[in-house]
Write a protein that binds this ligand. Structure first.
Ligand code: PMP
Length: 412
């Protein structure tokens, strides 16, 4: 176990909370560096799911009976934890989704239906995840609107001047990633939003890679919409959040119809529930939301300051140690970066390297990371990506470096 840590941060204790980390994969102790894809879950989250299904299972918002009321309270408690975590003004600005993807699709559908018409423009960037490209393409196909893509520099930083020049009276929405899952770039989101707001253009923030790593204050940021995934922030799969300013969420039409999202249903007309239920049709992922609450309480118990500080240390150490490998090429060298390191080694195909590393018990991600247009722009087939969480250690980084030397011997 690592002795290298930061004052006030008990890495050994933190690691003990994550059962998945303590196993052998292919006969070697697991090194889990695929956190940008999904994070591991602390025992507390696993126990909370178990407790719900074993003793509390019931539907929400429907029954007067005790179990239903308890489930509803627990389900709504997570909503208040999310509200506090991102400092939303109102609890009803927090909408449950099944992930970042669903949140973006919801806005593309709902905002698109009300506000987008032929000739309008939606701005995204070159480094977007497919989930922040395809829903807008579908909207453009439906309406005749145009997708505009902000270019990036070699370093993986956004060309801010180009963004500035792209904004026009035709722009109806900016939808942009805050932290790139492929490059680690932290985009200047406060400035991006400020500039758009000068023209009264709303902004959707893809915060999938932000919320697991650093504190976000939606009021300070002045985001109109912000989306993220619960499974990347130590919660269960199938959970996510759409934050929207009250004025927008009240203004937009619902996107899915069904139970729970209605006030009165008649065959000739229907009225809709108030927020947040207007956007939550059908029986939701109750267990997932309750488990997500446990995940947020876990993050709170460690604190974003400690999380960000340790991950920053891992990023610096990883960049330095990997940098000693001959033929390494870092993909994404922005000044402001989160704990994601994408790289290539000479001509070695990322898939081959990933397969050998897996034999050594090291889980990294290889490929296009759901950012094919970015890879196409960079003219590479994909990258190897090590993404760290606060439970990772410097010794694990040393094992990755050793592993890459093995890969080089075999393929170099
Ligand atoms: N945006 C970014 C930046 C991501 O990293 C991801 C997940 N890799 C997504 C969107 C999509 O998230 P999900 O699959 O949880 O909906």
């Amino acid at each position: 176990m690592s002795t290298q840590t930061l004052p006030g941060f008990d890495l050994a204790k933190v690691r003990a909370d994550f059962p998945t980390l303590h196993q052998e994969v292919n006969g070697k102790p697991l090194v889990y560096f695929d956190n940008a894809a999904t994070s591991q879950k602390p025992q507390l989250v696993i126990d909370r799911l178990d407790q719900y299904y074993a003793r509390e299972n019931s539907n929400v918002h429907r029954g007067v009976h005790t179990l239903s009321q308890q489930a509803t309270d627990a389900y709504e408690h997570t909503r208040s934890l999310v509200q506090q975590m991102i400092n939303a003004q109102h609890q009803h600005e927090i909408i449950y989704t099944k992930g970042t993807t669903e949140g973006i699709n919801l806005i593309a559908f709902s905002f698109g239906q009300k506000y987008i018409k032929e000739g309008d423009e939606i701005i995204i960037s070159t480094m977007e995840h497919h989930s922040n490209i395809v829903p807008w393409q579908l909207l453009c196909e439906r309406t005749g609107a145009k997708l505009k893509v902000v270019p990036i520099f070699e370093s993986g930083e956004l060309d801010f001047e180009a963004y500035k020049n792209m904004l026009s009276e035709k722009t109806k929405l900016v939808s942009m990633v805050y932290i790139s899952n492929s490059l680690g770039t932290i985009n200047p989101m406060p400035e991006i939003i400020k500039l758009a707001h000068e023209r009264d253009i709303p902004v959707l923030v893809d915060a999938a890679q932000v919320v697991p790593h650093m504190a976000v204050d939606v009021q300070e940021l002045d985001a109109d919409f912000m989306v993220f995934s619960g499974h990347k922030m130590f919660g269960p799969t199938g959970t996510g959040i759409l934050y929207g300013k009250e004025k927008w969420l009240n203004d937009l039409p619902p996107w899915m119809g069904g139970g729970d999202m209605i006030k009165v249903v008649r065959f000739d007309h229907t009225t809709y529930s108030d927020l947040p239920h207007k956007f939550e049709a059908g029986t939701p992922n109750i267990a997932g939301a309750i488990g997500l609450g446990a995940g947020i309480e876990y993050i709170n118990s460690i604190g974003y300051d400690a999380i960000s500080a340790w991950e920053h240390e891992l990023l610096a150490y990883g960049t330095e140690q990997l940098g000693t490998i001959p033929d390494i090429r870092f993909v994404g060298t922005a000044k402001e970066k989160a704990s994601v390191i994408s790289f290539l080694i000479g001509d070695i195909h990322p898939y081959d390297a990933g397969t050998i590393l897996d034999q050594l018990g090291i889980a990294i991600r290889t490929g296009h990371h759901c950012t094919q247009p970015l890879m196409h722009h960079l003219q590479i087939p994909g990258t190897m990506r090590a993404s760290f969480a606060f439970y990772n250690t410097k010794e694990e980084i040393d094992r990755l470096v050793e592993g890459i030397h093995r890969v080089k011997k075999m393929f170099g």
